[in-house]
Design a protein around this ligand. Structure first.
Ligand code: HEC
Ligand code: HEC
Ligand code: HEC
Length: 427
């Protein structure tokens, strides 16, 4: 076995890590204060807990496609190996049936288990740490009320040394900023509380450093991670810039964003890919006022240019544009129309306003072309006359790089060239 320099560096701090782990744990809990059970009836408490669990989208990560509700076992592919979500039903042996309210708060706020072991941040406690004691208590009450399931999660397959849990203490000491974000009555604060806490949008939409931690200075300016494509394999996805840049969320109005989060659609497009789970399992069930607050908060994020992390792509050369135009006219124009203006029944517009098309990182756009965009489907009524097919067998890397480059630099778009290597990486 050979170790990279980074792994050796990490090993060297293992000893400190274990020590920090002890310190961290004893410090934090005294500051949390009492877990205030909300002064409402049992049913109301459960209803509130259920609403908050939906806002946090626990089910998307803790329920497999064919498995029991919240029984865990969902696989997460990371650069450090494969990790499985755990059973969070109230089963006493394999779930969290024996956990006290305080144990649950410690997991959500501090990322620690009752046995003092550290949790991996694939569980987004880095965002859940912002949730208030009251709301955590309500989620706890709800989780303890769902049917218990006896089932253990598969063993993690993490590479050395990431399979050593105590190392997480070190990671947390450097990268994890814990603490509640107090909800207040104003719209913006409510939006911030939801977006930065339960909805954990930044888990995917923020760039991460080599240790898998979100880069604070570049918060929400666009991230990349591995997720499922339509054909079932895992590929890199780019989650676009949600700050108000010209190629980020600045492209959408507040109303377009609200419609998208509430209905998976707006005037010109429908959700596809990883956002389906976010919207269909979570945001579409939130109240109009919560969606409005989230959009107000998101639209207020000051612009951070994604080019800071990802230097701008090169300007496209005319020959490539010419080739892209022929591919477009032959394979795409029938649905997206010759000038990319889209058609309410056939296909979304590509000529303006698409964050996915204009993103400096073209990974998600290429996924849509290679594998076909997977739309939410049932229970939504069909939006388009027919689905877009997958082009992975029909077009080679050159052709896809040409057509993507053409779309990204025609009409109102200007997002630079896509290379055949970038397409090959997504295959
Ligand atoms: C993005 C995916 C994701 C989401 C969303 C998510 N979890 Fe998890 N959760 C995980 C993973 C992965 C683990 C296992 C972490 C580990 O092994 O260190 C986990 C672990 C946990 C644990 C620790 C259980 C144990 O036995 O150690 C609890 C408690 C938990 N999650 C509760 C929740 C709740 C409540 C929500 C919703 C508010 C939620 N999770 C949302 C991925 C997620
Ligand atoms: C599991 C990872 C993940 C989470 C969590 C997530 N997103 Fe996304 N988001 C993506 C990816 C990947 C894309 C690009 C592909 C797609 O649309 O699925 C995207 C695209 C978007 C787009 C642009 C859609 C388009 O078609 O142009 C918006 C707007 C958006 N996300 C908002 C949000 C908001 C708001 C939240 C929090 C409520 C959120 N996302 C949470 C992964 C995520
Ligand atoms: C049969 C009609 C049809 C054809 C042909 C077609 N598309 Fe699509 N395309 C769609 C539909 C429908 C969607 C909607 C997915 C959605 O909104 O979630 C879509 C979505 C997209 C998206 C994502 C847009 C966004 O803003 O999120 C891109 C990029 C795209 N198509 C590119 C292409 C390219 C390139 C071609 C040709 C190689 C092509 N399409 C051919 C129907 C088509």
């Amino acid at each position: 076995m050979t170790f990279s320099l980074r792994q050796i560096a990490i090993l060297a701090v293992l000893a400190i890590a274990v020590l920090t782990s002890v310190l961290l744990r004893s410090d934090s809990n005294d500051e949390d204060g009492p877990i205030a059970i909300v002064d409402i009836s049992g049913n109301e408490l459960l209803a509130r807990g259920e609403y908050l669990a939906i806002a946090g989208n626990c089910a998307s990560c803790h329920t497999t496609a064919t498995g029991e509700f919240m029984a865990g076992g969902v696989a997460f592919e990371t650069p450090f190996g494969t990790l499985y979500s755990t059973n969070i039903t109230p089963d006493a042996d394999t779930g969290i049936g024996n956990w006290s309210e305080r144990d649950f708060l410690n997991a959500m706020r501090h990322g620690v288990r009752p046995d003092n072991e550290h949790l991996y941040p694939a569980f987004p406690y880095t965002a859940y740490t912002r949730i208030s004691n009251e709301d955590i208590a309500a989620i706890y009450a709800y989780i303890q009320s769902i049917p218990p399931v006896n089932q253990s999660a598969p063993e993690n397959e993490l590479s050395f040394p990431f399979n050593i849990r105590p190392l997480m203490a070190f990671w947390k000491a450097i990268f994890f900023e814990q603490g509640v974000l107090e909800p207040r009555s104003e719209e913006w604060n409510r939006g911030a509380y939801l977006v930065e806490g339960l909805a954990h949008c930044s888990a995917c939409h923020s760039p991460r450093n080599g240790f898998g931690a979100e880069i604070k200075e570049l918060h929400m300016s666009g991230g990349e991670y591995l997720d499922r494509v339509r054909t079932g394999e895992h590929r890199p996805w780019s989650a676009p810039n949600l700050t108000s840049t010209e190629r980020g969320l600045g492209l959408w109005t507040q109303q377009e964003l609200e419609d998208y989060l509430k209905t998976a659609r707006n005037d010109f497009l429908e959700s596809f890919g990883p956002m389906n789970q976010v919207i269909m399992n979570s945001t579409r069930f939130l109240s109009d006022s919560d969606i409005n607050a989230m959009a107000v908060y998101l639209k207020s994020l000051p612009p951070i240019d994604e080019a800071l992390v990802r230097p701008g792509a090169e300007a496209p050369d005319p020959q490539l544009m010419g080739r892209g135009r022929s591919v477009y006219n032959l394979h795409c124009g029938t649905c997206h129309l010759p000038a990319g203006e889209g058609d309410p029944e056939m296909a979304p517009r590509l000529n303006a306003g698409s964050l996915v098309v204009q993103s400096p990182n073209p990974a998600s756009m290429i996924n849509a072309i290679l594998y076909g965009p997977e739309t939410p489907g049932h229970p939504l009524p069909p939006r388009w006359r027919e689905p877009m097919e997958e082009f992975q067998y029909l077009l080679d890397d050159e052709e896809i790089s040409a057509v993507a480059t053409y779309i990204r630099n025609s009409w109102d778009n200007s997002a630079g060239a896509v290379t055949p290597e970038q397409v090959a990486r997504q295959r």
